[in-house]
Design a protein around this ligand. Structure first.
Ligand SMILES: Nc1nc2c(c(=O)[nH]1)N[C@H]1C(S)=C(S)[C@@H](COP(=O)(O)OP(=O)(O)OC[C@H]3O[C@@H](n4cnc5c(=O)[nH]c(N)nc54)[C@H](O)[C@@H]3O)O[C@H]1N2
Ligand SMILES: Nc1nc2c(c(=O)[nH]1)N[C@H]1C(S)=C(S)[C@@H](COP(=O)(O)OP(=O)(O)OC[C@H]3O[C@@H](n4cnc5c(=O)[nH]c(N)nc54)[C@H](O)[C@@H]3O)O[C@H]1N2
Ligand SMILES: [Mo]
Length: 764
């Protein structure tokens, strides 16, 4: 019997061979260098590895396909901007093994789905376009032309364009992303869900409303000059390792670092810079001056407690708030203050789970400094009240006048290397009308103003069969989204699912009636087109746009660039109806950039500006204290304490990344900085919570979440005792996505609440 979509979507419940030890006291250092070298030598040949290492994140080189942390504007290490996880990312992409017709003839879709994500990823790079016919068990080769025609046919057969969904993951370059959204809009829909919807959407919503720009306001230089940097809900040691070098510089300049996190993440505690031979020998820098072991989702309560104490000082002593800034640049101060006064300090402290002693250390640093930067990531954005989390920290910055001045501001640390650029150039299901108007002016068709589906809306629409074609530009939709079982049915309900990918992943195995895989070039590879090798561009987490140019030969002759794929599909779908000359762009990407320069704000003279070796900064109102909000000012906001409660036997679970994964790509089975080896099906638990349930280290348990009466289950996880606040626990994603309810998402932003899932545990 054939496997159900649900069974294919879930990760296999097999155990490896768990070893857990005390987490190390230090991060990076020698071990990260040897681990990276080990990874490279397993999957790549040595000369390719050297070529890559010397060009990664260098001016004129390629942008690391890992995270979006910016490169220093001035000096860059000659060793390469070294980062263990960056090296793992390129080793994964630049594997020398490829898969094509033979591989898929040998392995059926059902068989591949029984492989672990680690094994799927290690099968090799996709080397030719593949097609899964209705009812077939195996993918078979197809020509690019026939594949484009198939997509065109399906799209043109829909009752209306809104029956198609066009997802984007954040590695797509500006050029490909711009053309992709242009095609989608000309086709007639704005169904452009993207990985941001599951990532920093809550930051975008909160920051646009309060500060008038959905991005952060600081530059790297600000970070070096800050007096206090708060790192909240983020694990840079694993996910943005090069950020640690920047924080080290902040400290060398006298700045203090506060880390707010349920886990004492190794990188936040101690860091040894691999670029510094002396540090390698002497043992590194203590990064966090204060570590705040907050309870999961205790952040609004914690920030409110700080706001309350600041207000008390302001009322008794004065001169605490930056009144000049508040009067000139903000709106809503009085209402905010009267709301704040309705809260009780001790209740807030209790809600945060933090001791008064630790609170006071943080408070003193905030009270006595005005150049404050707050950095955050998924620990704040993946909750039902995620938007409140971010608005509340903006309130703090506004009170202190800590925005739009040197060494101060907001720093949402982005995930995918070009997720920010994709949004800037138009991957947005609810793009502003001004942007749509500029498209109309340039191309002469009227894009629909109707808002499209975000990720969650798309899943519902596919489930309900009001969307019938799913097209994924990169990413691994089924493994990234919440509620795996429901979402798998949604995918299976489609007539056609298409993925443009570098590597095989689970989304190729949980398909619609028909499915296509389009293999594409990766960042590291040379992009040969008619006018020569093409350069592309990306935007980092701090709004710097710069070039990226591959250095290796493509792993197969049958790959297309993402730009070429978009041109091919657009041409096959829109044909002579189109107002756009689709086929010209793939021959010369300068033409795409000329169009972007006309349509997207901040990109005038794009081609010329890109010639500057470090790229160029996009305009950023908040950085200049020009707040482009509805009120024309920076807005204070009113945020409530979250009001969820745990039942007696419930825990609150966050789904996090291990040190050996990039989202759904599993590099290895270790989580070295947390002392976990050779296993991913684990649950980190507080020792008291274990005792209460009579659980011992490595006991096997089943997890269950109940939300609005619907029960979701994930079975077979091993318990690992850990320093995590009581009533909290942590597991890895994607293994536990099946427990994340589709209906549990951030208000306003719709980010799935994958960091606050209520679960119960049963011993097996
Ligand atoms: N190597 C590597 N690099 C990556 C990625 C990767 O998977 N691997 N992914 C990329 C992407 S797309 C993204 S978005 C980023 C993700 O970067 P992160 O946001 O650092 O990733 P997560 O593992 O989700 O970690 C969330 C952190 O928040 C903490 N946390 C969870 N809940 C709460 C809470 O309620 N309050 C507070 N204060 N903290 C909390 C967790 O303990 C954890 O340390 O990294 C990017 N870079
Ligand atoms: N429970 C839970 N779920 C989460 C999260 C969480 O913390 N907890 N985090 C969320 C976040 S922050 C994010 S960003 C999403 C990530 O969601 P996605 O972006 O959809 O997932 P990735 O795992 O990054 O996608 C990996 C795939 O992208 C393809 N790929 C890699 N490079 C390229 C390229 O250059 N071009 C193309 N076309 N394809 C490429 C490869 O085939 C690879 O298999 O997951 C979200 N899901
Ligand atoms: Mo992300």
């Amino acid at each position: 019997m054939r496997k159900s979509s649900k069974d294919k979507a879930l990760t296999p419940e097999v155990f490896e061979n768990l070893k857990s030890t005390k987490p190390p006291k230090n991060s990076v250092g020698f071990k990260s260098i040897t681990t990276a070298i080990g990874q490279v030598s397993k999957y790549m040949n040595a000369s390719d590895a050297l070529k890559l290492a010397t060009k990664m994140n260098q001016k004129g080189g390629f942008d690391c396909p890992g995270c979006a942390w910016p490169d220093p504007d001035d000096e860059r290490s000659s060793l390469g901007e070294f980062c263990e996880n960056g090296i793992k990312a390129i080793a994964e992409e630049a594997q020398n093994k490829t898969i094509g017709a033979d591989f898929f003839a040998k392995h059926s879709v059902d068989e591949l789905s029984s492989w672990s994500d680690f094994e799927i990823g290690k099968s090799g790079r996709l080397a030719e376009p593949m097609f899964l016919a209705e009812g077939a068990k195996h993918y078979q080769p197809i020509s690019w032309e026939a594949a484009f025609e198939k997509v065109g046919e399906h799209l043109n057969n829909l009752n209306n364009p809104d029956e198609a969904v066009f997802y984007t993951s954040g590695r797509t370059t500006n050029e490909a992303a711009f053309l992709y959204q242009l095609f989608v809009r000309e086709f007639g829909t704005s169904n452009l869900p993207d990985c941001s919807n599951m990532c920093h959407e809550a930051s975008g919503s909160a920051l646009s409303e309060t500060l008038g720009i959905g991005k952060g306001s600081v530059t790297l230089d600000d970070l070096y000059k800050a007096e206090v940097v708060i790192v909240v809900g983020q694990n840079p040691g694993t996910n943005h390792p090069r950020m640690l070098s920047a924080l080290e510089k902040t400290k060398n300049n006298g700045g203090k670092i506060i880390a707010i996190n349920p886990l004492p993440e190794a990188g936040l505690i101690k860091f040894t810079n691999p670029q510094s031979p002396i540090k390698l020998l002497t043992g590194g820098t203590q990064i966090a001056d204060v570590f705040v072991p907050i309870t999961i989702n205790g952040d609004v309560a914690f920030f409110k407690a700080i706001l309350l104490k600041l207000l008390e000082k302001e009322d008794t002593q004065g001169n605490i708030f930056d009144k000049t800034f508040i009067n000139e640049f903000t709106q809503g101060y009085d209402t905010f203050i009267s709301d704040l006064k309705t809260y009780n300090f001790l209740e807030c402290i209790k809600g945060s789970g933090v001791t008064l002693e630790v609170f006071n250390q943080v408070f003193d640093l905030i009270l006595n400094n005005d150049k404050i930067i707050i950095c955050w990531a998924m620990g704040l954005t993946q909750h039902e009240n995620a938007v409140d989390n971010i608005r509340e920290l903006v309130n703090l910055l506004l009170l202190k006048g800590s925005i739009g001045k040197e060494g101060a501001g907001t720093c949402p640390v982005r995930g995918h290397s070009n997720v920010q650029g994709d949004r800037t150039v138009g991957i947005w299901e609810s793009a502003p009308q001004a942007f749509l108007d500029r498209i109309e002016k340039k191309y002469g068709f009227k894009p629909t103003s109707k808002h499209g589906y975000s990720v969650i809306d798309s899943i519902k629409a596919m489930y309900e069969k009001t969307a019938k074609v799913f097209f994924g530009m990169g990413g691994n939709f089924i493994s990234a989204v919440p509620d795996t079982a429901y979402s798998a049915q949604a995918m299976a309900n489609c007539n056609l699912t298409v993925h443009v990918s570098t590597k095989l992943n689970r989304s190729h195995l949980v398909t619609g009636k028909e499915a296509l895989i389009f293999p594409c070039l990766g960042r590291t590879e040379k992009d040969y087109q008619k006018s020569g090798i093409q350069v592309q561009s990306v935007e980092n987490s701090m709004g710097v746009v710069h070039t990226t140019k591959g250095v290796l030969e493509p792993c197969s002759e049958n790959l297309l660039s993402e730009v070429a794929v978009v041109c091919g599909i657009a041409h096959a779908t829109l044909k002579e109806k189109s107002k756009v000359n689709w086929l010209q762009y793939k021959d010369d990407y300068n033409l795409v950039r000329d169009d972007i320069a006309e349509v997207v704000e901040g990109f005038t003279d794009y081609n010329k500006k890109l010639k500057q070796p470090s790229g160029f900064y996009l305009p950023n109102g908040a950085r200049e204290r020009q707040f482009k909000t509805k009120t024309g000012k920076a807005n204070f906001s009113i945020n409530q304490l979250p009001n969820w409660k745990l039942k007696d036997d419930e825990l609150i679970m966050m789904t996090i990344r291990s040190h050996d994964q990039f989202n759904t790509t599993i590099y290895g089975l270790d989580d070295r900085y947390r002392g976990v080896f050779n296993e991913r099906r684990i649950i980190f638990m507080n020792r008291e919570d274990m005792k209460l349930r009579s659980l011992k280290e490595h006991d096997i348990v089943n997890l269950k979440s109940e939300y609005n009466g619907v029960i979701r289950e994930a079975n077979n996880f091993k318990v690992v005792a850990y320093d995590i606040p009581k009533n909290c626990c942590a597991t890895y994603f994607p293994e536990t996505n099946v427990l994340v309810p589709l209906d549990s998402f951030a208000h306003t932003a719709k980010t799935p609440a994958s960091k606050s899932v209520k679960i119960t545990i049963r011993i097996v």
